[in-house]
Write a protein that binds this ligand. Structure first.
Ligand code: ADP
Ligand code: NI
Length: 219
């Protein structure tokens, strides 16, 4: 099977798994990550088949989206082998999809990623910042009944994975301080750093404006 056919099959597989998601991980997120990965792979000279496959599949077996991630990883592996991925290629893709999530980077020994993995991680993180990132945070916060803002609730520091998923005292604005403003400094590649810089600035301007409007009339 040639590479363009393999990519097409992976896209269809991803679509069938992701299109019903309503948590901000739906297929338009996947397509943005894929587009970004395409750009980054070119400028960073990475293996496009591996990065594109991992981009399409990166949220399919996410442990917060599915009950049995191991079962889905097995399904992904069988699918990749069916479309002529070697064992080594399939394992490389699965290693990436398994290890790039933000929650993994909160663990004590964050896994060491290949260049291809770094690129997919950068692309996923870039989609969490800037104008799209702001929109996703509000969307996620709304879906999880978060308070918009409460100046008396301070952002949490040094969260572990469990705390990151505990939304009882979470506010949408605090999510910026707990995660989104940290992502610029966590980019792996030079190309992603440059894009992150602009998006980061946009979020800072947004937060400044937000607080100005919130505190109107107060000194
Ligand atoms: P990933 O799958 O990339 O590790 P998450 O599932 O943690 O990301 O987040 C999905 C989207 O929802 C991201 O854009 C993220 O910033 C946003 N999000 C995650 N947690 C919160 C939260 N507590 N409040 C608002 N937005 C959040
Ligand atoms: Ni993602």
């Amino acid at each position: 099977m040639d590479i363009s056919e393999q990519i097409k099959q992976i896209k269809d597989f991803s679509y069938s798994k992701m299109s019903a998601d309503t948590t901000g991980h739906n297929f338009d997120h996947i397509e943005r990550v894929v587009n970004m990965v395409q750009n980054l792979s070119e400028s960073e000279h990475a293996n496009q088949l591996i990065t594109l496959a991992a981009a399409y599949l990166h949220d399919v077996a996410d442990d917060k989206l599915v009950d049995d991630p191991a079962k889905l990883e097995k399904e992904i592996k069988e699918f990749l082998q069916k479309i002529d991925f070697t064992d080594e290629q399939a394992n490389e893709v699965l290693f990436i999809t398994h290890n790039i999530g933000f929650s993994k980077s909160l663990s004590e020994n964050p896994p060491k990623l290949t260049l291809e993995g770094q690129i997919v991680q950068d692309a996923d993180r870039l989609d969490a910042i800037g104008a799209i990132g702001i929109t996703r945070a509000i969307y996620y916060g709304g879906a999880n009944a978060e308070t918009i803002y409460d100046p008396t609730v301070k952002p949490r520091e040094n969260m572990d994975i469990k705390e990151y998923r505990n939304l009882s005292d979470e506010t949408i604005i605090n999510h910026f301080y707990e995660k989104l403003l940290k992502l610029e400094g966590m980019m792996n590649t030079k190309s992603a750093q440059a894009i992150a810089k602009k998006r980061h600035k946009f979020m800072e301007d947004y937060l400044t404006e937000f607080k100005e409007e919130w505190n109107l009339g107060q000194k």
